[in-house]
Design a protein around this ligand. Structure first.
Ligand code: PLP
Length: 466
């Protein structure tokens, strides 16, 4: 089954998967393994469909792409060229946004623990908004802006008090998480705003979570936050001109109409299946959030309205090419396939038991009817692509063509978000390269492969660090 819903640009030709005219075997030969392959046209399509859905209801709409999902400079450049702004989550991401020439008017800055240096950078740059996570941060921004004689745009991040139906580590919209401020903090926000005329209140920010599959969560968050914004303006005189509704739209993790099962054919839990299907109608969500504005007596046309998607912009636009380096036979009849691609390359497999769909690159026309265990090269039992530790969120085998073996190319789809960004050098493994297949079909490097010298470049005594 081809992964059309996850990576529509992947086509099978003579049994081999292709991106545009490039066979994955040629790409792997030319750029090495592991290599991330991004489709520029898929990024464009993802951005355009979000813009189409939201612009219908929000005339002053902008995507502030969550660069934490993938902040490769070429990826950022392309996204910014599509009239998007950027959401930075650190001084480093702010630096990257500035480096590619993003206008400060199109940069917002998230994060729970912004340092003095980071806040200073944002204030000097004159960014569109600090999404302010706490009262103490609001005061810190006020102190710094005052000292610099500058004005800082601020948008308190409020807690909408909803659950998105995602993995616990991605639920950020409830009061038990570390993010944002409860509405009870708003009187103190008002006092701080009054104390610091250098703080310019622009509106509110909220965010439900990531891979949010409960459509109602977005509308419910907006009903609460827009009503609060209206009340806040009426009672305090601080009138919002902007609303940031956050990100979190899901992507499909499995091909349409399929669902991985355990070796004995038994299904995964229903909540896990919902997460894997990742289906949500963005046009419906946009319409339902807009209805929440109307219900609160606010007209979206009077506001700059932002969303901050990451995964839904870049997740389906990237695949990862890997190589099977070993195959071993087990007496229970389920063979192991050992690849060169571990959780150092896709850490969320370990942290969240995240499911990345795997297909054969060079046996694409053969049925994926044989159960395998699939492991990476790392020295951990948990370095596997199936349920190896009994937590029950992943299938206990992976299904691939029967003759899959050494040298084959396994294509891990839906790896555009939160992979390249989270890679590590664990076990002395250089981080993977990345290439982009441009809209005109040309393939270009966008990140070189790390070398062994890179591995030691920061260590004193290596002869490289000085
Ligand atoms: C504040 C904020 N905005 C946006 C995002 C992007 O989320 P996603 O990549 O799921 O769209 C995140 C990630 O969780 C976030 O914390």
């Amino acid at each position: 089954m081809l992964p059309h819903a996850i990576a529509p640009y992947l086509q099978e030709y003579r049994g081999v998967l292709h991106v545009a005219d490039h066979s994955v075997m040629d790409l792997r030969e030319r750029f090495g393994s592991n290599v991330f392959v991004f489709s520029e046209s898929q990024i464009t399509d993802n951005v355009r469909s979000l813009q189409r859905a939201y612009q219908r209801h929000y005339p002053r709409f902008r995507i502030m792409y969550a660069s934490k999902a993938c902040s490769n400079l070429e990826v950022l450049r392309h996204i910014v060229s599509l009239e998007c702004g950027l959401d930075a989550n650190s001084g480093g991401e702010l630096f990257k946004a500035r480096l590619i020439g993003a206008s400060p008017e199109r940069i917002v800055y998230n994060g729970t623990s912004k340092s003095v240096d980071e806040v200073t950078q944002g204030v000097i740059a004159g960014i569109r908004a600090f999404n302010v996570d706490s009262i103490s941060e609001l005061k810190r921004i006020g102190d710094i802006a005052h000292r610099l004689g500058l004005t800082a745009n601020v948008m308190p991040r409020v807690i909408p008090g909803v659950l998105g139906g995602t993995v616990a580590g991605f639920e950020t919209g409830h009061v038990g998480s570390k993010f944002g401020m409860p509405f009870e903090d708003l009187p103190e926000v008002v006092r701080v705003l009054r104390d610091y005329p250098c703080l310019k209140f622009r509106g509110f920010h909220c965010h439900v979570g990531s891979q949010v599959v409960r459509a109602e969560a977005f509308a419910s968050a907006m009903r609460t936050v827009v009503a609060e914004m209206v009340r806040f303006g009426r009672e305090t005189g601080f009138m919002a001109d902007t609303m940031n509704m956050g990100g979190g739209f899901p992507i499909p993790l499995v091909p349409e109409g399929t669902m991985p099962v355990h070796r004995d054919g038994s299904p995964l839990p229903e909540d896990v299946q919902a997460l894997m299907r990742g289906t949500l109608s963005i046009p419906d969500v946009a319409a339902e959030t807009a209805a929440a504005w109307n219900a609160a007596g606010a007209d979206p046309a009077d506001f700059d309205v932002f969303i901050e998607p990451g995964r839904s912009v870049i997740g389906t636009a990237g695949i990862l090419l890997s190589t099977i380096e070993a195959r071993k036979t087990r007496p229970d009849g389920v063979d192991w396939l050992l690849t060169d691609c571990g959780f150092n390359t896709m850490p969320e497999t370990l942290w969240y038991d995240w499911y990345y769909h795997i297909v054969s690159g060079n046996r694409a026309s053969e049925p994926a009817d044989t159960a395998f265990r699939v492991g990476g090269p790392l020295c951990d039992t948990g370095d596997s692509q199936h349920d190896e530790t009994g937590r029950g969120r992943l299938p206990n085998v992976r299904w691939l063509p029967k003759n899959t073996g050494i040298g084959d190319c396994l294509v891990v789809v839906g790896t555009g978000a939160y992979c390249i960004e989270q890679q590590s050098n664990y076990n002395g493994r250089p981080r993977a390269a990345a290439v982009m297949v441009r809209t005109n079909g040309v393939v270009e490097w966008i990140a070189r492969r790390e070398t062994y010298e890179d591995l030691v470049a920061r260590d004193f005594g290596s002869g490289v660090a000085r």
